[in-house]
Design a protein. Sequence first.
Length: 689
Amino acid sequence: MLPPRPIAELLEENERLQLRLEEAEAVVEAIRNGLIDAVVVNALPGESVYTLEGADRPYRLLVEAMQQGVAMLNLQGVILYCNPCVAGLFMMSVEKVIGHTLDSLLAQNGHSVWAGLLQNIESLPTRQEFRLKRHDGTNFPAALALSLLPMQNFCLLVTDLSQQEQYEELAASKAALKQTEIRYRRLFETAKDGILILSAETGRINDANPFMTVLLGYPYDHFLNKELWEIGLFSDKAANEAAVRTLQREGYIRYEHLPLVTDRQQRVEVEVIANTYDEDLQAVIQCNIRDITERSRLENQLQEQALALADSHRRKDEFLAMLGHELRNPLAPISNAMQLLRCEKPADPRHDKICTIIERQVGQLTRLINDLLEVSRITSGRIHLQQEPTALNHIVERALETIQPLMDQRRHHLAVSLSPQPIWLFADAARLEQVVVNLLTNAAKYTADGGHIAISIVPAGPEALMRVRDSGVGIAPELLPHIFDLFTQAERSLDRAQGGLGIGLCLVKRLVEMHGGKVEAFSELGQGSEFVVHLPTTAAPGIAEPAVPGPAASKPLPFPLRVLVVDDNMDAADSLALLLEEAGHHVQVAFDGPTALTAALADPPQVVLLDIGLPGLDGFEVAMRLRQQPGLLGVVLVAMTGYGQQADQQRSRDAGFNHHLVKPANFEKVQELLATVSAPPPAHSPGSN
């Protein structure tokens, strides 16, 4: 392919070719009419070569000098004569061209055109286009025109169409380019984004589409020959120049939330995407400017909603924590009062039944409060497992002790099948016990009195399977996929016989997943339910399996203790004091922090059961002040609080507490702690410092 030439030059060349063709046709006509004599020279046996030696000099010079190819061929298509133009087209000498057949010079080997040209020799004119092969293997387009000469020979005019082909290609390219420019301009004019075209060298605006006028309200001329900072797209000239340098270096840049100001001084937020490219051999910058004011408003609105939601979630957690604390406060005196009733020996046979009812309902309330707080901690990520090697059988046995009163109340038939061999887990035993209790409680709630509940533990390769099966009402098909979602409950009757908050199974799922396991539910309505828990097992720790602790035997105190009870809830303080006195201890009561400090200094106690949530001077501050008194360094401090998180326990330790009990504290646990205080009373006189 020849190098590209200007279209005007190609047009002139095309005109010259047409003139040459007319001249060549005139020469052929002159030869045909005998105006040019053709002399035959015997060059090879049986071959004749035409020359123009005998022709009139003007015509001979014309043919030799023509830029139009002229050749004479015999009936077989063999070239007998050619002028220098033909030889030049094939990149050979005249002598080398003579003797070739026309077909041998075709670009398509094996293809014959000579027979077709002869067949149409009588038509006017016989002119066809072919691709001919040069000596160097390249090819070029040419037009061949064949005319009959005397003595059954033929004149062939060869017209090089390379320039014409290039012209046609350029013309087609120009037409395609024009169409592209039309389409581009249509897109440029109708785009719903602002478009600015800048000089990549100066950074000044060369063009702006109509949407820029719509966006900012300024006329077209307002944008021309200005830099971007001058129309408000950047804060100052330095920022504008830095952006242009980045585009010159990297060819692309993007900004979000850039401000623009309209002609009415209204703020518009835009997104700018700019890139560089060449146009007419010059580098230009195209800036696409999109109005994102509405999107920014929605983003800000969503962000505000997310912050409000997070704040609401935080306040909900705080409310639940406070609710748990406030609900536990009245439970403590109720539990203490129930314990006091247990100590009485009345003649009324209903006494024990009343105590059992109170005890059972206090336990139920305690579990509901614990579940409510636990789900809040889990969903907010504020719960941490205390994992260690533990036997699954022991976890289930402790859970059965907890759930047994409920089973007895509903007269359920509970079948227990534990693994004959220990199954070891790396787990938080207290949390998994909570899982078992919740599953059994759920089964008890939805199984009619006298129904059947079964729990089994079996090893299954690298995991343990725990199955809890009941003969209850079952789960509706539309509810089953959501049974582990928070606050999901089946339809309740007005009597709400089953009760519950709809959080127990959610807790089960979260706690099991935190242990690397999974839980599944299977049920048919009216056919009971089955829950299957998969837990990964671990190797035995190589120690003897611990024995299941039995009920703590009451130990006689070696001596009565001096105990200070501090709680702003008078009922809780008085009821606990009565229990301690019933156990033989000497008890003082204080209802606030300053009174507690005064009482402790006046009559130093051996044990202080101290509420944390005291008004004014809280329990942490009271504990730290007690620890600062030399005469009270050996006192045993026990935190009595509604807050039981790990962080709460750590804070108690930091304040100087020896123990941390969550309300309502089991009085047996209190007695166990008091039994550890075996040191003799400190030698300290009342009122001393």
